[in-house]
Design a protein around this ligand. Structure first.
Ligand code: ATP
Ligand code: MG
Length: 735
């Protein structure tokens, strides 16, 4: 018997205690963010091991990321010592890979099979399509890949696949051919890891019985984001001992685009009759304001299971901060504000690693990265490369470098056949040889080769066209505004189109990043000065070891917690994302709202939500509407600022425009908007000293700035250098 004051049981509330110690039979823990679901799983593992209910290798625990698996293993290790090493703990993929290694032959693979990454997958699929004489232009391989992946998410093998599914009804045949080709290559893709294990389980009862007998305890975190294949896998494995404990929160289901099915939560009680359902209601992570705000926001979703959340810790009412929302003029002001806030917190002694900037889309990181670099604050982008290290940004920069400096050989190499122009290895080799022989840059060698018959006609024409394009772009360097030129280059080269045609899941994000790159350019005098800037920025090594601010996407932040959370870009069409808004029905919007809920509930102490009135998207300025989620944050828990000056009568009036399509048509413009008053409120409010919003002013201490909002004799001013501050208007003079 385990004493109730055992270290892994200490401090658990009664419901948590129940979920941890109810080791016999199926358990479903269904509860809101920060209620200790992950803690329950960790304690449960410790409890099982310490009570000798099972050997470590008889426990299987599934986490959403490898990182979460590492953390859980560490925590269990701290509680019960090194036996924790033997637990089968990992993601669905890693666990399936381990199982599949001992059954490879059963699915036609050798024991040393390889797992392909997504590039390799696409390459194999393209070969298969070519053999079937399918035009990759008419049927983009990435689109077909997505269809196949969705089949795999639902555990659909080629035999069971419906005959439709794109590619003129050939998807099913191509799926089969793709699977055969993978087998011939002794390889499988990520989706296969689960699919193959399921195939083994269903076709070899003895093997299944062995695994079922082995795993006495199954534990699953982030259960709301499992897909059908994963669910079937769990259900099969749990049949013998039926000791399965799943924890999840339907309000945090944010991966439906990857095949996750919240319905798995409802199926659980049906498939495991007599399951004990535990609800945890005390939140131990966030302040009452954060909790109340997150709960009110998510209450706007229909289709919820519904649950209560209340503060589990005692908070000092005086010290608790309300959620703050802040309207800012544009993205630059937003980055400035957030980074200033970070500096203030740092001065107060808060660790940088306890602060996170959580963005909706990857392109949003750039402005924060720039600002953090300028101010010398270490940061890391978790879950992806830093902005200027991203593939599409490197490609685009190579185009710009080649146009600015014709001798840049690396840039030439990078883009000469990206997008594909039919200039293969052989052609590029020939160019290299010519360049070496004549001691000229690659571009120059290419120009000469294009005039001879050393290359076959097709590559020769392609090369001639490429050189011609580069020459034309260079001739525009002095006459065309450089951001416009960059946009032209990316368009005319076919580079943006390449990503637009790409149907893979990350392609739309890459297009957004390219637009952001062009927007960034506007801040610099010329292409050359921009390229110089980036070279310098890139010199700043990432600082993984140092105490550093975390930047990541909301999707990546699931399960994590930070003292301070910054949520920028809460604007319609940014968040909720434009793609979700264009979906019919409300499911897209509701998933965005769940994402907002995930974002808010990552915070322990404070949240700052920001939204800009203007965004530069590509080389156009766009007036932005605050996100409907801003409005959904309940009044008593929120402190709002900056809205009045920017949105006239405040948010209420702009709300009507959310559903008005005319709004989105009317708000594009080439030039940086001059003043807030010109579009928000016809009659400008005046401060006592006669200042209006949008006026340029000078302040003794903070320098030049733009008036954002007016409140009697107080002005909120976005200073060019010092950030946004509230000052008395008697200290300010007009410039
Ligand atoms: P999410 O839904 O975001 O994944 P969760 O339900 O998994 O959240 P945990 O991450 O397990 O929640 O716990 C949130 C925080 O609350 C952690 O810091 C955890 O240590 C703490 N916590 C959980 N239970 C208790 C408790 N009984 N007493 C004190 N702190 C607790
Ligand atoms: Mg968790």
């Amino acid at each position: 018997p385990v004493p109730p004051d055992a270290p892994w049981l200490k401090g658990l509330n009664p419901e948590q205690f129940q979920a941890v110690t109810a080791t016999d039979g199926p358990v479903l823990v269904l509860s809101g963010a920060g209620t200790g679901k992950t803690k329950v799983l960790t304690s449960r593992l410790a409890h099982i091991l310490a009570s000798n209910l099972a050997q470590p290798w008889q426990c299987l625990a599934v986490t959403f990321t490898n990182r979460a698996a590492r953390e859980m293993k560490e925590r269990v290790g701290q509680l019960v010592g090194p036996v924790s090493d033997g637990i089968w703990l990992g993601t669905f993929h890693s666990l399936c890979l381990r199982i599949l290694r001992s059954h490879a032959e059963a699915v036609g693979l050798g024991g040393d099979f390889t797992v392909l990454d997504s590039d390799d997958q696409t390459r194999v699929l393209k070969q298969v399509m070519a053999e079937a004489h399918i035009d990759p232009k008419a049927t983009p391989p990435q689109g077909l890949m997505a269809v196949i992946q969705r089949w795999k998410d639902r555990a659909v093998t080629p035999d069971k696949a419906a005959s439709e599914g794109g590619a003129d009804g050939q998807a099913k045949a191509l799926y089969r051919a793709y699977q055969e080709r993978l087998r011939a290559l002794n390889a499988c893709d990520f989706g296969d890891l689960l699919l193959h294990v399921l195939t083994v389980f269903l076709s070899d009862p003895q093997a299944l019985a062995r695994w079922q007998g082995r795993f006495r305890y199954l534990l699953v975190d982030e259960y709301q984001d499992t897909n059908v294949a994963q669910y079937l896998w769990l259900r099969l494995l749990a049949q013998t001992h039926r000791n399965i404990c799943c924890v999840g929160d339907d309000d945090q289901s944010i991966y439906s685009w990857r095949g996750a099915e919240v319905g798995n939560i409802l199926r659980f009680e049906k498939d495991f009759p007599g399951a004990r359902v535990v609800r945890l209601e005390s939140n131990y992570r966030s302040t009452p304001h954060i909790l109340a705000a997150a709960s009110a926001l998510i209450a706007n979703n229909e289709g919820r299971l519904g649950k209560t959340l209340r503060p589990g810790l005692v908070h000092d009412a005086e010290a608790v901060e309300k959620i703050r929302t802040m309207a800012v003029w544009d993205g630059e002001a937003e980055a400035r504000l957030v980074v200033e806030e970070i500096e203030t917190l740092q001065r107060r002694g808060e660790r940088l690693a306890s602060m996170a900037i959580l963005v909706r889309a990857g392109f949003q990181t750039r402005e924060f990265e720039e600002r953090l670099i300028t101010t010398g604050i270490p940061y890391r982008v978790v879950g992806g490369p830093r902005f200027y290290e991203r593939l599409e940004i490197r490609d685009a920069m190579a185009y710009l470098r080649l146009v600015v400096s014709a001798a840049d050989g690396l840039a030439f190499e990078r883009v000469v056949n990206t997008p594909k122009r039919g200039l293969g290895e052989a052609a590029v080799q020939t160019i290299h040889m010519a360049a070496r022989a004549e001691r000229v840059p690659l571009l120059e060698a290419a120009r000469r080769l294009a005039g001879t018959d050393e290359l076959k006609p097709k590559p020769r024409q392609a090369l001639a066209k490429f050189v011609e394009d580069v020459d034309r772009w260079r001739s525009l360097l002095d006459s065309m505004p450089h951001a416009e030129l960059a946009a032209t280059i990316l368009d005319e080269s076919g580079y943006v189109d390449m990503w637009k045609a790409d149907k893979s899941a990350d392609a739309p994000g890459r297009v957004e990043n390219l637009k952001e790159l062009v927007a960034a350019l506007e801040e610099y005098e010329s292409l050359a000065s921009f390229l110089e800037h980036v070279a310098l920025v890139m010199e700043n090594d990432s600082c993984a070891e140092q105490d550093s601010v975390v930047i990541m996407t909301l999707h990546g932040a699931k399960g994590l917690e930070f003292d301070s959370v910054f949520l920028p870009g809460w604007e319609e069409e940014v968040f909720p994302h434009v793609r979700a808004l264009s979906e019919s029905g409300t499911s897209g919007l509701e998933e965005e709202r769940r994402l907002a809920y995930v974002g808010l509930t990552r915070a322990r102490k404070r949240v700052l939500v920001t939204f800009a009135a203007n965004r530069r998207i590509y080389n156009q300025w766009k007036s932005q509407l605050p996100s409907r989620f801003v409005e959904e944050l309940p009044e008593p828990h929120v402190e709002r600022s900056g809205e009045r000056g920017l949105y006239g009568g405040g948010l209420g009036e702009s709300k009507a425009a959310w559903n008005d399509p005319a709004w989105s048509r009317a708000r594009f413009g080439q030039n940086r908007p001059a003043a807030p008053t010109s579009w928000s409120q016809p009659k400008a409010r005046e401060s006592e000293g006669g200042f209006t919003a949008g006026a340029r002013v000078f302040h003794d201490k903070f320098g030049n700035g733009t008036v954002l909002a007016i409140d009697g004799n107080k002005l909120e001013i976005a200073f060019d250098k010092a950030g946004t501050k509230k000052v008395l208007d008697s200290f300010v003079s007009a410039i």
